[in-house]
Design a protein around this ligand. Structure first.
Ligand code: IMP
Ligand code: MG
Length: 183
């Protein structure tokens, strides 16, 4: 099955992209107290690679933001849980790390909720941004790769809980989207 998958971003390209985005982040936050907030679960691999490229003091927090229901592989309404977040983000810069900026609704809903906690700033870093999908008036601040509007998996990104452990980003073809729940 994995052999048949179409690689979109290979491991070495991912490494370079993560290094590039890490440099931009590092320049931006040099000397400022940074809290990195990973959006669970699909940002997990990107997050762990990214923080190891950041040579600045930082805190790492995780928040679950799950699709409430799925519709043809696309997430449904978002359920965000800030309970796990340490309340003390005052006087800190917050950087939300997510896997994909698709419609942008996740980021759009998260930013004001984090803003309410009174941080210095809230910015967003995403590994992938899908072209022509944005439905909200914000763009992510740091972007690893711009990609076409295809359904991707791997490098932490799943379809029906599968493919997260692929070390590269692959395109899931329409034929495979229909049978994602079968092992
Ligand atoms: P947005 O809120 O529409 O920007 O969607 C962002 C979230 O939808 C991502 O963090 C993913 O979890 C999920 N998503 C969007 N596109 C894909 C995809 O191609 N594969 C897997 N998950 C996706
Ligand atoms: Mg996600």
């Amino acid at each position: 099955m994995d052999d048949a998958m179409k690689v979109l971003i290979a491991e070495e390209q991912l490494r370079e992209g993560v290094r590039r985005i890490a440099q931009q982040i590092q320049q931006r936050y040099q000397g400022r107290p940074l809290t990195v907030v990973g959006v669970l679960t699909s940002s997990l691999v990107f997050l762990s690679d990214l923080i190891r490229q950041l040579d600045i003091p930082l805190r790492v927090e995780l928040i679950p933001a799950r699709a409430g229901a799925r519709n043809g592989g696309r997430p449904g309404p978002l359920v965000i849980n800030l309970d796990l977040l340490a309340p003390d983000v005052r006087d800190r810069d917050v950087l939300v790390v997510d896997d994909i900026f698709d419609t942008g609704h996740t980021v759009w809903e998260l930013i004001p909720q984090l803003d309410e906690l009174g941080p210095n700033s809230v910015r967003t870093a995403v590994l992938l941004r899908k072209q022509g999908r944005r439905a909200v008036p914000v763009e992510p601040d740091f972007v690893g790769f711009d990609i076409a509007d295809v359904f991707v998996v791997g490098y932490g990104i799943d379809y029906a809980d599968r493919y997260r452990n692929l070390p590269y980003v692959a395109v899931l073809e329409d034929a495979e989207l229909g049978r994602g729940s079968k092992p």
